[in-house]
Design a protein around this ligand. Structure first.
Ligand code: AOF
Ligand code: ZN
Length: 362
């Protein structure tokens, strides 16, 4: 195996932490000596050992003189775990090959600097693009302290998310829907507007075997969520947070009794202020959020500039008529004022297509 292959192996290991490590990054590590892998590991769960320490613990022979391949710059700070740089230095590893740089202000190049100052050879940026792809949401969260927001919707080829009678199940096929559940596992929270609760009464959970349920967030300015809604009656299986502008604690009580959390957020233009909400969610360590509509909330989210990425599933169907579209609201008045997205990554998923773009201008 060559250097690149070892790093790809470390990336595979890192992916095993998907959905379990948030708000930490996914990290994988491989230790190689005399052309043989002597230890490997990954960051398994938030609060637990980092990838490098897991790899060192798994070493079958002493790591003196070995090379460590790690997808992210080793940390050098005391967090929930001691610094990885200390463990690397103590182990006698003589060379470290790094994929991504860690933008955490507590690390940010200092990890690499410490290793070098101890005479360890460090090679940077190896398979960096692939390593960076693992942790888009972590990079955003650690620098902004707000969640990385992905606006996701499924529409027909004539741009409808529902028929004129309001029916939306199902637009895409089962494989595309499975993919959505993988994202519900990956991201820390899922958010919808109260309109979606009133119309569809969704569960908003992750229906993968061994999947993790995201925190369900309902944007509900005037507290209209029915107490019989599934998101309210199933808090024993998945947590629900209702973000509202209603300050009357008597109105909060029935939701609190049902096990929901209430977050009071100031109002802006008759809706809760989404920028304040994102700040508060960041304080709760929500690093990533899947925005699943509806169109009114999507419009507010774009106007508030909180959307980082758009995921549009497109199904080969046409609904016609006055069915809803993914982004409602007033809309822009001129093509020049459009929200601009990056060149999409296109993935065919059976009969459907997934288009993924970063928001580059809002
Ligand atoms: C690494 N290897 O596997 C991970 C790193 O609170 P802690 O102790 O878990 O530290 C979290 C921070 O450490 C996180 O924000 C990121 O900068 C880094 N994560 N670093 O060397 C790992 N998960
Ligand atoms: Zn570490």
């Amino acid at each position: 195996m060559d250097e690149i292959a070892y790093m790809y192996h470390a990336i595979q290991l890192a992916r095993k932490g998907c959905g379990w490590v948030n708000p930490n990054p996914m990290v994988g590590a491989v230790i190689v000596k005399d052309g043989k892998i002597i230890g490997q590991g990954y960051h398994k769960k938030y609060g637990e050992l980092h990838a490098e320490r897991n790899a060192l613990e798994n070493c079958q022979t002493p790591a003196i003189g070995a090379t460590l391949y790690v997808t992210l710059e080793p940390c050098c700070h005391h967090g929930r775990t001691p610094p990885c740089t200390e463990a690397i230095i103590e182990s006698g590893i003589s060379r470290v090959v790094v994929g991504s740089y860690d933008p955490n202000p507590l690390v940010a190049g200092k990890g690499i600097g410490i290793l070098r100052s101890h005479g360890i050879e460090v090679m940077e940026n190896v398979v960096r693009d692939e390593c960076d792809k693992l942790n888009k949401s972590f990079f955003h969260y650690i620098q902004n302290r707000t969640p990385y927001v992905v606006m996701k919707y499924a529409m027909t080829m004539d741009g409808k998310i529902a028929t004129h009678t309001g029916r939306s199940q199902w637009i895409t096929g089962s494989t595309a829907r499975q993919r959505v559940h993988e994202d519900r596992h990956r991201y820390s929270a899922i958010m919808v507007g109260v309109g979606t609760i009133l119309e569809d009464d969704p569960m908003l959970n992750c229906r993968l075997e061994n999947g993790r349920n995201p925190l369900r967030i309902i944007c509900d300015t005037s507290l209209r969520t029915p107490l019989q809604a599934k998101v309210v009656t199933t808090t024993d299986t998945a947590s629900t947070l209702i973000a509202t502008a209603m300050t009357d604690t008597n109105r909060h009580q029935p939701y609190l009794d049902a096990g929901c959390e209430i977050m009071v957020i100031p109002q802006k233009d008759n809706h809760i202020d989404l920028n304040s909400l994102m700040q508060r969610l960041g304080e709760k360590q929500i690093d990533s959020l899947l925005l699943e509509g509806g169109g009114t909330l999507n419009w507010s989210a774009l106007q508030s500039c909180i959307v980082n990425k758009v995921q549009a599933y497109v199904a080969p169907k046409l609904f016609g008529g006055s069915g809803k579209t993914p982004v409602e609201g007033l809309g822009v008045d001129h093509p020049e004022r459009a929200f601009l997205l990056s060149k999409p990554i296109i993935t065919q998923i059976d009969e459907d297509i997934l288009l993924e773009s970063e928001v580059i201008w809002c």
